[in-house]
Design a protein. Structure first.
Ligand code: FAD
Length: 421
């Protein structure tokens, strides 16, 4: 007999667990299928030394605190354990080790059929919670024949894994800067290819940036308009947390270079834009301080002044005299911290736009009964972060409960099944 459930949640990361909590509260029968372990991405999809980018008091679900100092930055294994403990606490119906390989809408009757590694499951609704960062993206710049060891940040574990020699880290979001810093501390010669970024202060006037982004309403910023470039946030919780400061990184020995543009004549070539890019990051940093000061003044908040936060260090040589190319023969490895793409290849329904991207409003897709959760900017900046996904899940559970309410109307259950979709 085919197993059935009302709502099938695919993926048991933070999104799947949050979804389960809200579906449970709404009394919606559901099942969460996870192909590996709960929060697998935090266990096997991150480098060894990774800690959370936000402090323990902020990067969590409302129902459970991390033990110990709320200002600390828990390590990646602890984060995974947190979600496993959370799932146990809410008694989430999660089945691990079951991969969903295909979901299709049933022909001539309501609902969907999921093909899984453990047999089919039928459901009235599907929530795709398979993660915002599924497929590592590596720009097609350095051909394999170039002979240089290349690894994506998703597969980077520690400095010892890379071949000897200098390392080029491409991408200066949170992953790239943290990996470059770790490699330099391990004694490697490091070049860091920097693109557009925001770099809020780790803390200002005694408050962490997550607090400032919260009170300034920036976590709740709506998705950027179509065509507007998404700018990565460069922050770090490593070594107790610190502001990402490219000048300081350069002063400590990391050579900053512009965008990696091409690979030709045995060398990698960089755009001449590094000074401009760092200056734009500085402007973003200073604008957060300005907004924070204005907010504190407007609200008469007695927060300690911190004028020294406005002092930027001198421009290092790599900004005034940019390095434009690097011979491949001088490189031991390239680490691509260039982000990820989504992969919903298993979801064969009409919920995607002409470019193959999920077509949805706040996670409610164009295919009735199909929902997305955990995607970057699903409803706001915070959507793919731990605290934000929990709130998006509540909205989706609400929508599901509303739809179920219509089906509960007297007489509906007696309709032939094909008219109930
Ligand atoms: C390096 C890095 C650091 C981050 N640090 C922070 C941080 O400090 N704070 C913060 O708030 N956010 C952070 N994030 C962002 C975000 O919290 C994580 O990416 C988080 O893992 C996303 O959770 P998710 O549940 O949406 O997706 P995932 O954690 O990717 O979970 C999806 C799950 O679905 C499963 N799955 C996928 N396909 C299938 C299938 N077909 N069938 C069954 N199961 C499937 C996977 O095995 C996985 O367990 C970070 C992200 C990265 C990349």
């Amino acid at each position: 007999m085919v197993e059935t459930t009302d709502t099938l949640v695919v993926g048991g990361g933070q999104a799947g667990i949050a979804m389960s909590e809200h579906l449970g509260r709404a009394g919606v029968p559901h099942l969460v299928l996870e192909r590996a372990r709960i929060a697998e991405a935090w266990r096997s999809g991150r480098w060894d030394s990774l800690v959370m980018n936000g402090p323990a008091w902020h990067d969590r679900f409302p129902g459970l605190e991390f033990p110990g100092d709320p200002a600390r930055f828990p390590g990646k294994e602890e984060v995974a354990e947190y979600f496993a403990a959370y799932a146990a606490m809410i008694d989430a119906p999660v089945r691990c080790g079951v991969e969903v390989t295909r979901v299709t809408r049933n022909a001539g009757r309501a609902g969907f059929t999921a093909e899984t590694s453990a047999g089919p499951v039928e459901a009235a609704r599907i929530v795709a919670a398979t993660g915002p960062f599924q497929k590592p993206v590596i720009p097609a710049l350095v051909p394999e024949e170039a002979g240089v060891h290349q690894v994506h940040s998703a597969a980077y574990r520690n400095p010892g894994q890379l071949q000897d020699g200098a390392v080029l880290v491409v991408g200066a979001g949170s992953s790239g800067v943290q990996i470059a810093d770790e490699l330099r501390r391990a004694g490697r010669r490091v070049h860091l290819s920097v693109g557009p970024h925001d770099r809020p202060p780790r803390a200002y006037r005694g408050r962490d940036f997550v607090w400032w982004l919260g009170v300034l309403g920036k976590w709740e910023a709506p998705p950027p308009s179509a065509g507007a470039e998404h700018v990565t946030i460069s922050v770090s919780g490593a070594r107790g947390g610190h502001t990402v400061d490219f000048r300081r990184l350069a002063g400590e020995g990391v050579t900053l270079v512009g965008r990696t543009e091409a690979c030709a004549d045995g060398a990698l070539h960089f755009a001449p834009d590094i000074a401009e890019t760092v200056a734009r990051g500085d402007a973003n940093y200073l604008s957060v301080l300005d907004e924070a000061d204005a907010w504190a003044a407007r609200n008469a908040m007695a927060l300690p002044e911190e004028p020294e936060a406005r002092v930027l260090g001198p421009d290092p040589d790599c900004l005034t005299d940019p390095v434009r190319s690097l011979a491949l023969s001088d490189l031991g490895a390239v680490v691509w911290a260039t982000g990820y793409a989504a992969d919903h290849g298993w979801l064969e329904v009409d919920a995607f736009d002409e470019r193959g991207r999920p077509a949805h409003v706040r996670g409610v897709s164009t295919e009735p009964g199909v929902y997305f959760l955990g995607l970057p900017w699903l409803s706001q900046r915070g959507s793919s972060f731990i605290w934000g996904v929990w709130h998006d899940a509540r909205h989706i559970a609400d929508r599901i409960a509303i739809q179920r309410g219509y089906m509960d109307q007297p007489g509906v259950a007696t309709l032939p099944e094909e008219r109930r979709a």
